[in-house]
Design a protein around this ligand. Sequence first.
Ligand code: MIC
Ligand code: SF4
Length: 650
Amino acid sequence: MGLTLTEKILKKHLADGEFSKGSEIGIKIDQTLTQDATGTMAYLEFEAIGVPRVKTERSVAYIDHNTLQSGFENADDHRYIGSAAKKHGIYFSRPGNGICHQVHLERFGIPGKTLIGSDSHTPTGGGIGMLAIGAGGLDVAVAMGGGAYYITYPKILNVKLSGKLSPWVSAKDVILEVLQRLTVKGGVGKVIEYTGDGVKLLTVPERSTITNMGAELGATTSIFPSDKITKQFLEAQKRGEDWVELSADADAAYDEVIEIDLSALEPLTACPHSPDNIKTVSELAGMKIDQVCIGSCTNGSLADLMKAAHILKGKTVHHSVSLSIAPGSKQVLNMLAQNGALSALIDAGARILESACGPCIGMGQSPNSGGISLRTFNRNFEGRSGTKDGQIYLLSPETAAVSAVTGVLTDPRTLGDMPRFEEPNEFIINDNMVEPPAPADQADAVEILRGPNIKPFPATKPLEENITATCSLKVGDNITTDHIMPAGAKILPLRSNIPAISRYCFTVCDDKFPERAESLGESMIVGGINYGQGSSREHAALAPLHLGVKAVIVKSFARIHRSNLINAGILPLTFADEADYDKISEGDNIELANIRKQIEEGKNEFVLNNKTNGAGIKVNCDLSGRAKDIILAGGLLDYTRESLSEGDIN
Ligand code: MIC
Ligand code: SF4
């Protein structure tokens, strides 16, 4: 029987474990990326591991999230990351060069290679046939040090594309259709592999829009084959030599298959407050809007902005709408400038932002109270825009641009003929904003520059024998990392300072939580289904760690957040019977007796005792050999240090 593309890449990179579904495997990582909001922690962790130079083929540190610089903190972080990169063998993409995923695709990604990034949208690289996975900063630090990255051997879901997109229907509508079918938890434990005749008609930026937003399915990653289209893209980036042809074998066996006829799709939108809350644009057409934002790592490509420019050319943004545009990279912005499209956008009244994440992570452009904002981004979680009651709709650049002109949500198919935008044969290449690291023999002389806001990684301790703690918070289903550790212009500058950022932990749900958790000393959190979906930010585990959270008990976890909890030494427990969720209330006193001994003995089912109401509750904690040792050691940092002293970083 043949192999899927995912299996081919995994097989080539297998460093530890057995090739069997559901078991844990370690894979060798060829490339890493970090961004600044997770990067300071990742490099502090890398320093703590103590390996002098990265052992990967290519590691890149991007500055794209915290670019507002409303105080000294962001600028200090940039300086620290730049100096750590220079010393340790990492390429440094300076602020202004663009969003990590867009730039990595343009300049560094290579088909068939493995990439992990401390950002959940790292799967963007799947658009050129990379196995690109989002991870916590500590996992990235370990991979930079030469350690394997551990995942559960995934199920492989084949999305078979046939037909051709109709005019004004775009890649964003394809992924919104997949989200509608699978929901935000439908991809957990799976790699989504795209095949079929429909693939041949999709450009690299279109494929990358689809793999980027596979993160919203909770998938481990998403991947397209590397074919002639990939070759043309890499040649246009003057990187033709990086191309290799890759695809699944014709007789590859998949765990699941879904089929999508591209010709049957129409413009779609994800309604507040979840990327899987899908409606057709035509059914909501006419809804008055307040704001439109175009850009982000999902739809900030040249093609996306050329389409917007075409629609806006010679028009004026509707008087009651604010339109902002953030190009995905310096390359994109420069090409728009040279071909005149930037002028059309400016002339129409678009507010041009720098090439960075910007409004996507709440760094400015928060909508007015209750405001309706149409965005080409990938997440519309409650409060993420910076306006708690902001109503965010996710949609294509085509739908966004036409609606910006009419002032109401508008189906772009009403515009008549659609212009064709051909991908360029040559992109403008100028890597002057990427600083190479210092040569190894000069690295010792590079001084690491630390600002006063940069505080060390929080202290952890080995797992205790017995845990008795109060339930400090009970939350419902689909809690996102934006609930647990909000971002935005006020909080993002504190990413390098865990004690300070912890003051905002869970404040979206309950503004008394940090105070209460701290005064309890040790506590536990109870949650529902898909707990921790969204971002890879390890701060969503480190802040609870700082506040004394010992265990999180939920109905189910999102992948990256669960590993971040393990990496932080916090026990991730799931209810054996979901109905038992009702047997714990906030304030209850919970006991986990002999927990260390039971984990050491390899048990993965425990009974916790609710001392307040007398209930005995069965919980699971499925820890593989390595995850078990990490939990016992008190977290990945301590585990890695221990392994290093034994001469084995895995
Ligand atoms: C996001 O889109 O939520 C972010 C900001 O890019 C995060 C990373 C972070 O929180 O720093 C992500 O997706 O992982
Ligand atoms: Fe940046 Fe938004 Fe992409 Fe996250 S999703 S990397 S915040 S553009």
